[in-house]
Design a protein. Sequence first.
Length: 429
Amino acid sequence: MANVAVIGAQWGDEGKGKVVDWLASRADVVVRFQGGHNAGHTLVVGNETYKLSLLPSGLVREKLGIIGNGVVIDPEALLAEIDKVTAQGLRVSPATLRIAENAALILPFHGALDRAREAARGDQKIGTTGRGIGPAYEDKVARRAIRVADLAEPETLSLKLDELLRHHNTLLASLGAETFDKAVLLAWLLALAPRILPYAEPLWIRLDELRRAGKRILFEGAQAVMLDVDHGTYPYVTSSNTVAATAASGAGMGPGAIGFVLGIAKSYSTRVGSGPFPTELHDATGQLLGDRGNEYGTNTGRRRRCGWFDAVLVRQAVKVAGINGLALTKLDVLDGLSELKVCTGYRIDGALHHHLPAAPRAQEAASPEYEVLEGWKGSTRGARSWGELPAQAIKYVRRIEELVEAPVTLLSTSPERDDTILVRDPFEG
Ligand code: IMP
């Protein structure tokens, strides 16, 4: 039996929520290890729809939820989300949710700086969620972040706020944005502290115990490999490492704890925010994919850019993230299209490339080389076995497996949890 890490293999919004929910029902513990409340997992259980940003999805299945040290935590957003899901009937308490005492906090000036910088970038904007993720990670690496455990030490908070405000107020003022007052922030933090601290602990001890007791751990990734700060389409990325290796450092465990790495990929491509997107479609087909895919909703409420499946990028994601198997989602969105295209290489200044280069101008210039596949007439929607799929749909999936050099271990054919074809149980390794 293995633990499982679930990560996005494209630019996010691959339909992780449904897959994570399915896996969470079979796990004992669900661990978030990077990102913050920029993430968004929609889980539909019975008549209730849960939209989680920061809380681990396992809470919906009454599994222990863990927020690891690699996550950046906005304390106010966390408490608001706890209140929201509690009103929907979930039980969230220090018995069901544990938070790493060494996780860094997102503070109000992080969001303000994120938004002020985006405004100053104009056309060059990254399209961030504006929730302060980048500036919070910057403070963590710069060794001035306020961490969860600091909430128990008013003197530490006071000293850190001095340093933080020296830095942030200077930047905010230079961008023409409002600055922050130390006394107000200190009072705010001290008021939040009693509600956050009961969840905090040295998580590595608990995780070590859970692992030794043979509990099934599900590591729930947020965002996706092409948004990874090292391996993604930099600078149009998020500010954390989203690859599976981060699950270990972001939870406080050794790399051997990760187990099976399940990459989630849509059967086509989408992207929210700015940045290179070689297979993007600006025509009626792109519009159609967007309209059909949008039934699932985005976490940020922004419209997705849509395009053909990019096997070059997903193969790259498979390699850099060590993906053992793919969960292919939203196959039904392609139903009825007469032909389908899959990107197998890029032409850049006349030369053929089989990976996306790191240089921004090369990324922008990458023009896709397509393989054209026949579409299928029947419906794949709701299929629960290979026998229910049109032959061409199976061919499409098989061709994707070959091109990305990873097996499809799970196929999702509608937003419903049980509309899934399972080829191999990731927990069996
Ligand atoms: P940030 O994470 O708010 O800094 O945003 C950086 C980039 O990551 C932007 O392009 C966002 O649209 C994108 N992003 C962040 N979180 C998600 C997500 O959960 N799904 C899809 N895109 C995301």
